[in-house]
Design a protein around this ligand. Structure first.
Ligand code: G3P
Length: 226
């Protein structure tokens, strides 16, 4: 199982990594735009390089289909073992994906909506497929049934992993986990809450209290009698 942070905002990303259970950072052009990355970084390369330096996980970088070579040239010096190149699941993405795979990069086919797209990408042996759950629901698709079909359409022998993306609620997250999704990318708001439960917090506080009593009792016992 892998959990990724879906963001291009450096504060959110740093906070997510400090949670200790994030294995990757997924970005896309819309996230870069909303984070206004040009205001905080010299260029795209320095932004992605900064993300790679933050931890030892994977950084997902989406390239545009138009003039993709410019972005490829820019990221060329970066560590390809941890850089995953995202390519939208459209016909002109296939040739580009194959060329990029030949350069030694791993690929994530993104914006995947149908089992047929999943079959194509799995046949090309890409590393990941990102399915857009919330956007499926917005489009009126029975999202959970659809993702189930996508999972079933990929052979268990395939190395391609399905990432559930575009998740907005715990309800969506829960239903995805129940059908066998084990890779997901989510926003910081959901991500940071995953580990907490009021019940666990109450239990942890009570354990701390009791342990303090136990330690205190040992201490009292060891105190020399006057
Ligand atoms: O990782 C994909 C994701 O960014 C798309 O999500 O929230 O724009 O539907 P959203």
């Amino acid at each position: 199982m892998k959990l990724f942070i879906d963001s291009a905002k450096i504060d959110e990303i740093k906070n997510s990594i400090s949670l200790g259970y994030v294995q990757g950072i997924t970005t896309n052009p819309t996230l870069l735009k909303s984070a206004e990355v040009w205001n905080y970084n010299k260029n795209l390369r320095s932004f992605y390089s900064k993300l790679l330096d933050l931890f030892d996980g994977e950084v997902f970088v989406q390239i545009p289909l138009r003039e993709f070579q410019n972005v490829l040239d820019e990221i060329e010096p970066l560590d390809r073992t941890r850089l995953i190149i995202k390519i939208p699941s459209v016909s002109n993405g296939v040739e580009i994906a194959k060329r990029i795979m030949n350069l030694g990069y791993k690929i994530c086919a993104t914006a995947v909506y149908t089992p047929f797209q999943a079959i194509v990408w799995a046949s090309l042996n890409v590393e990941y497929i990102a399915v857009y759950f919330n956007r499926m629901e917005i489009a009126g698709i029975d999202a959970i049934e659809n993702v189930k079909n996508i999972l079933n359409s990929i052979s268990s022998k395939s190395n391609t992993k399905v990432i559930a993306a575009s998740i907005k609620t715990f309800e969506q997250l829960n239903s995805l986990v129940q059908i066998g999704i084990d890779h997901m990318t989510i926003g910081y708001d959901l991500l940071e809450k995953l580990i907490e439960s009021n019940n666990s917090r109450n239990d942890a506080d009570k354990f701390d209290e009791d342990m303090a009593s136990v330690i205190e009792a040992f201490y009292q016992k060891r105190k020399p009698k006057i």
